[in-house]
Ligand binder design. Structure first.
Ligand SMILES: O=P(O)(O)OC[C@@H](O)[C@@H](O)c1c[nH]c2ccccc12
Length: 249
């Protein structure tokens, strides 16, 4: 099912990719004695259409985390790790992923197209993370990729605050690539911030730390739904989210 991840995100009323990660970028524990299966079930009940699982060791993850989550949910799962080789892609399929992170800024220029092709050939959606225009310009097959602006910096292991303006600034170029799914990722710290980013025209959001820290993800998502509904006057029913540029009414 090559488009499972994108289809689930685009058909959701609240297009949040809810992330499970064991540790924050600053090293703090995020699991708080909960099992990954329980967190996945909570995210399901909250209505998140897609999940993300950080298997990277920097964030306390590993392959077992993905296996555990895949066994507990039917939702399509993004694997977040430093995917650099074809064997990582085969492994991701075996672990139960539907999409994998491809970090444009960390890969040699020639590797990006071959990794994206390998993902597509294996039925995985490439979730290509970018931080600047030059990286957006390099994304191959953008019509088949999620292109996500990372509001933090992976080069410093995501430490420090994020810059939402980066997402807002790059959105027109993302749309110009023809991606069906422009996403904003990292540092989305509250339902109000999430609503602002969706109102700007993003088709999806990826939220990790804020959802891991809340004791009630369903309330977080409900608050986002409410914030969206109260700004719905500015949107025209039937338009795809990223067709509406210009932000808050
Ligand atoms: O916890 P946050 O600020 O909501 O961020 C989530 C996600 O974007 C972040 O975990 C991430 C972005 N790029 C990565 C690369 C590898 C591992 C993790 C990541």
């Amino acid at each position: 099912m090559p488009h499972r991840f994108i289809d689930a995100l685009l058909s959701a009323d609240i297009p949040v990719i809810a992330e499970i990660k064991a540790r924050s970028s600053e090293g703090g524990d995020l699991l708080a004695h909960r099992s990954p299966q329980d967190i996945a079930a909570r995210y399901d009940r909250a209505g998140a259409p897609c999940l993300s699982v950080v298997t990277g060791r920097w964030f306390g993850g590993g392959p077992q985390l993905l296996r555990d989550v895949a066994a507990a949910t039917e939702r399509p799962i993004l694997r977040k790790d430093f995917i650099t080789r074809r064997k990582h892609i085969t492994e991701s399929v075996e672990l139960g992923a539907s999409a994998v992170l491809v970090t444009a800024g960390l890969l040699p220029k020639a590797t990006l197209p071959s990794l994206v092709s390998a993902c597509l050939g294996s039925g995985l959606t490439p979730f290509v993370e970018v931080t600047e225009q030059a990286e957006v310009d390099l994304v191959p097959h953008p019509d088949k990729c999620v292109i996500a602006v990372n509001n933090k910096n992976i080069r410093n292991r995501e430490r420090g605050g994020g810059e939402l303006d980066r997402s807002l600034g790059l959105l027109p170029s993302l749309i110009a690539t023809g991606t069906p799914c422009p996403v904003s990722a990292s540092a989305i710290d509250s339902p109000a911030t999430a609503a602002r980013v969706l109102d700007a025209g993003f088709a999806g959001l990826l939220v990790g730390t804020a959802l891991m820290r809340t004791t009630a993800p369903e309330d977080w998502v409900a608050a986002l739904r409410e914030a969206r509904d109260s700004s719905a006057g500015g949107r025209t029913t039937g338009e795809a989210p990223h067709q509406i540029l210009g932000g808050n009414p």
